[in-house]
Design a protein around this ligand. Sequence first.
Ligand code: NAI
Length: 332
Amino acid sequence: MVKAVVIGAAGGIGQPLSLLLKQSTLISELALYDVVNAPGVAADISHINTPAKVTGYLPKEDGLAKALQGADIIVIPAGVPRKPGMTRDDLFNINAGIVRDLAVKIAEVSPKAFILVISNPVNSTVPIVAEVLKKKGVFDPKRLFGVTTLDVVRASTFVSEAAGKPEDSLSFRIPVIGGHSGVTIVPLLSQTSPSIAVDQQKIEELTNRIQFGGDEVVKAKDGAGSATLSMAYAGARFATAVLEAAAGKKSDFPEMGYVHLSADEAGAKEVTSVIGNSTSFFSVPLELGPNGVEKILPLGKLSEYEQGLLKKAVEDLGGNIGKGVAFVESSK
Ligand code: NAI
């Protein structure tokens, strides 16, 4: 019996994500929480004839605590999305407070659940959740993830197109490490499997498109928000991977996730030897298991170009992580 909770379930990501999770036979109960319209979304989705029982909650009558009660996995796409001209970091002022307050409740009600953070800026919101959980004495780095799967999904799509094989996009695997924002996103195209024959100019074009692919959507939506449907797909894919591993299924390939490197000391040591010492959170290839992160897998061999990307990414990430930590420290 698995209870999944979506926080921000009435939003652009939350609705299709809830729909996709309702299709999962791994989930027996799906609790939807939002500050608006969650009971409506829940009523709608509850008519789908898959096993999960669906419930919807608003803030009144301690709805968040009720939604979180007995949760096994919590997915958080709550907060505001970008408008044209905004970076993910511009969202910090609003989303940091939202995520902090949600984390306080999670720490109190369901501290053992897997927590998957989608709300941007992921580079900072995940450290915020970690700091709140630490303060409450319930931080388990194996169970907290920033969802960076959309970058991996985009990489498979763009690379398969560049290789002239869009019909094979599902089988193209590209590790994407680092963070989830602009230059902190580091696609390791030299490790593309199956390998592709493209020149350095194309590598740089592809890298740039994967790093800034979100901007294409923000621009096309012209003020109506950022990626929601592709994000819902990516979020459901990562949540499914976590739940399948929890149920004892071995995965065919590693998923990437933005985790605290203490989740696996031995794996972290190897990763740190590649990226340098200066980051606590990083998106890395993961072996998932019954307790969340089983192993942080090696990053493999990087090209010189990728090493340059990594240097810049680590620099920026340090600031993003520090901002999240400082925010919680300065909160009452
Ligand atoms: P949206 O505005 O359509 O939906 C957000 C939902 O959160 C709304 O329904 C809103 O009522 C709800 N909400 C606000 N405060 C809340 C609170 N305190 N408790 C519960 N719910 C609350 O936004 P959208 O497009 O769904 O994006 C959500 C977040 O996901 C944004 O921060 C966005 O930047 C981020 N995002 C992350 C991606 C990633 O790859 N990790 C990709 C795309 C977006």
